[in-house]
Structures are given as structure tokens and as C-alpha cells.
Design a protein around this ligand. Structure first.
Ligand SMILES: NC(=O)c1ccc[n+]([C@@H]2O[C@H](COP(=O)([O-])OP(=O)(O)OC[C@H]3O[C@@H](n4cnc5c(N)ncnc54)[C@H](OP(=O)(O)O)[C@@H]3O)[C@@H](O)[C@H]2O)c1
Length: 255
């Protein structure tokens, strides 16, 4: 299937590790220009070098930006549009993974998972309206099912992301802008969340693995493939959906 992502300009938050790193590579493989950020300058420097060699026919532009600083976030998003002349796709991927039921965690989770996501999209919106582009937000199955993280802000914010994205889909459809969510299940990355759980809490890891009916967790590439489809011309009539990619982990029926 030809996705038609060549020459599209993608802005993606959190692109040096985990699912974000796979999404950056997947967009580059399709010939897109990808602007991505993370907080760690050394990771950005090495990603910029490696990706330039790996994908000579595409353009990867990483920048060190902490999205919790909304002023810096907004000026980065604007600078992406200035540098590349347009924005076609925004992928809001970062979470601060706050899972304690404390005021501090609720505040941080709202600030990063919701407010920074809103701010990313808000700043990109005039550019997306020009290109009739689209938005993909990254939620989680934890926004859909009450799981081991409850009670905590993580799932509540992820549910809010799905709702806000549906609002965007409905209100932006007349302007030709689409908005969808991708909700990953448990995605195993050695230097990621589940790798850490495997090493730090092997019992929790085994319990969660046993809940996965495919007998395995997902791979970050499997999320990237779903996001690429949502962001592509092939999904031209798909807007407002929550694309759950979880190997049938969720037991509820999504109606
Ligand atoms: N992994 C899973 O099993 C899973 C399951 C469901 C949903 N998700 C969702 O998928 C998304 C990505 O998760 P992941 O597991 O791939 O995370 P990850 O492996 O921890 O990677 C997160 C990326 O975001 C960057 N980042 C974190 N905080 C940032 C900030 N404040 N500003 C800028 N960049 C920041 C990180 O780099 P720095 O640390 O250097 O900033 C890194 O590049 C999240 O929304 C998460 O909720 C993940």
C-alpha cells in the first residue's frame, strides 16, 4: 500500500526512544521530513547523526526541547514550520508516566500529558489548516481499561486525550483536518517502561505478560505502522477514531 507520505512534514514529540523512535524511523522510511524532540541533547545529537546516514533520502531534524516548557514547545513547533515551510502531520507522543495518586503527580500528568499535548496541537493548527493535514495523539489502553496503575492520573489523562482528539476530529472536519488517537497496549522495549518493569518488578511483569492473550507484548514498530496508516492519505476518511493496537489485551468491546 502506497502511503503517500513522501515530502510530508511531520512534527513529533518524544522521538529518541521507545515508540517515538520507531515512529520517526517509519516516517523517514516513507520519505517524510520529521521534526522530533526530546529533553536530552546528547540523544538528539546522536539521533541526528545516525538518522542522516540511515535515511539519506529523507530529512530528520531533532531538537532538544522539554515540552513541559510550553513557551519553548510552541516556539519549537513554529520553528519546524518555518524551517520546512509547512506542517502536514502532528504526532503528540510524550507522556510523563505519572502513576502515583498524589497531587504532585496529578498536576504533572495534566501539565505534560494534556496541556502540552493541547499546546502542541494548538500551535500547529494554523499550519495544519493550510495543508489540510492531520493529528495523531498517543493514548494508551490504560485510558480505556482500569488496570494495575489505578488509582492514578495516568489512565485518566489518557482517557482525556482520546476525548479531546474526538472533539478535534469533529470540530476540524469542516476545515479538512483529521484527528485520530492510537492507543498502544503493552509495548516491550528493553530500555523502555516494560524493560524496566521486567528488571525491577519481575512479578508484575509476569502478571501483565500473562494477561496478553497473544503470549507476548507488542513491538514499537507495530505502533508505528498503525500511526503511519492514520497519518497517511490512505486514511482520508478516518477521523475521530481510537485505534487500539494491543494484541487483544483489552477485554471490553469498543462500540
Ligand atoms: N511503552 C508502552 O508500553 C506504552 C503503552 C501504552 C501507551 N504508551 C504511550 O506511548 C507514548 C510513548 O511511550 P514510550 O514507552 O515510547 O516512552 P519512552 O520509551 O519513555 O520514550 C519517551 C520519549 O519521549 C521523550 N520525552 C519524555 N519526556 C519529554 C519531555 N518532557 N519533553 C520532550 N521529550 C520528552 C524521551 O526522551 P527524554 O527522556 O530524553 O526526554 C523519549 O524520547 C506515551 O504517550 C505512552 O503513554 C506506551
Amino acid at each position: 500500500m502506497h502511503l503517500g507520505l513522501e515530502k510530508k512534514v511531520v512534527v513529533l514529540t518524544g522521538g529518541t526512544k521507545g515508540i517515538g523512535r520507531s515512529m520517526v524511523k517509519a516516517f523517514l522510511e516513507e520519505g517524510a521530513t520529521v521534526h522530533f524532540c526530546s529533553r536530552t541533547q546528547s540523544d538528539i545529537d546522536s539521533a541526528n547523526q545516525t538518522l542522516a546516514k540511515q535515511y539519506p533520502n529523507a530529512k530528520a531534524v531533532g531538537a532538544a526541547v522539554d515540552i513541559s516548557d510550553l513557551a519553548k514547545l510552541n516556539s519549537w513547533v513554529d520553528s519546524c514550520a518555518q524551517q520546512s515551510g509547512q506542517i502536514d502531520v502532528v504526532v503528540a507522543n510524550v507522556s510523563c508516566f505519572k502513576m502515583d495518586n498524589t497531587a504532585e503527580h496529578w498536576q504533572a500528568a495534566f501539565h505534560v500529558d494534556m496541556l502540552a499535548l493541547w499546546s502542541t496541537i494548538q500551535t500547529a493548527l494554523p499550519h495544519l489548516e493550510k495543508t489540510k493535514g492531520n493529528i495523531v495523539t498517543i493514548s494508551s489502553v490504560t485510558g480505556r481499561d482500569v488496570d494495575f496503575t489505578a488509582p492514578s492520573p495516568y489512565g485518566a489523562m489518557k482517557a482525556a486525550v482520546v476525548h479531546y482528539t474526538a472533539q478535534l476530529a469533529h470540530t476540524l472536519a469542516p476545515k479538512g483536518v483529521r484527528a485520530n488517537t492510537c492507543s498502544p497496549g503493552n509495548i516491550y522495549i528493553e530500555d523502555g517502561v516494560w524493560g524496566q518493569v521486567e528488571r525491577g518488578s519481575p512479578e508484575l511483569f509476569k502478571k501483565q505478560m500473562d494477561l496478553n492473550p497473544m503470549g507476548r507484548m507488542g513491538k514499537p514498530e507495530e505502533i508505528a505502522n498503525a500511526v503511519l496508516f492514520l497519518a497517511s492519505e490512505r486514511a482520508s476518511f478516518v477521523s475521530g477514531t481510537n485505534f487500539v493496537v494491543d494484541g487483544a489485551l483489552c477485554t471490553g468491546v469498543q462500540l
